[in-house]
Design a protein around this ligand. Sequence first.
Ligand code: ZN
Length: 262
Amino acid sequence: MSGLYIPIGTPDGSRTEHAENLLAPNPSLMTLDGTNTWLIGGDEVVVIDPGPDDESHLRRVQEHLGERRVTEILLTHGHFDHSGGAGRFARMVKAPVRALDPRHRLGEEGLADGDVVTVDGLEIHVYGTPGHSFDSLCFWLPQDLAMLTGDTILGRGTTIIARDGGLSDYLRTLDRLRAAAESLEARALLPGHGPVLADPIGALDGYIAHRRERLDQIRAAREQGARTPREIVRVVYADVDRSLWPAAEMSVLAQLDYLDRL
Ligand SMILES: [Zn+2]
């Protein structure tokens, strides 16, 4: 049976049949345990998100690959904790970098919704999933019944809507991923940070419910007189670690923008 993974304490080394994660050493409140660098394939490998420009991590990935050739490097999106090491890694393994945003590509080929990348007889189906950022992509591995989700879905907690993202896009993306997970019978979500999620529908329903709940809370906070994003964060994100409030403020801005357009 494909799609199985071995749950261990840390995301490092978590895997499905044809995907394996090497965790970058950049833990933080925003990046959780660090950035997940996913290796997909067999004798030939596609590397998804080399992570930040951390030479020790990139060397570890290269050593782990041994004789296996990297055919392509793909990015789930352009944020630095995923893409920063892509240029250096591309030179190390002599492979192109493909991303939705042309600024993050190295080589001729782009990457967009509907593309199918093949490696070692495996298929990687590209889903355009804007929201967390405008250029976010997810990657479906039909042979493993697994979806790589980048920062669109994280292994723990919830994601933020970055300045270059948008909430209406994000809500559409969540609905699309939920429908895909159901029709494709997905068995695992492989996130850009945090552990593998073994209940895709449950995780997506949780994200969708969380978004609706936050929107309701923001409406209520406004009705009670909170005006600025900061005032709203103080009410709505009271339960969240204060060091995350600047990020929460960004999410509130995205939500206000969304509500004001309804
Ligand atoms: Zn990230």
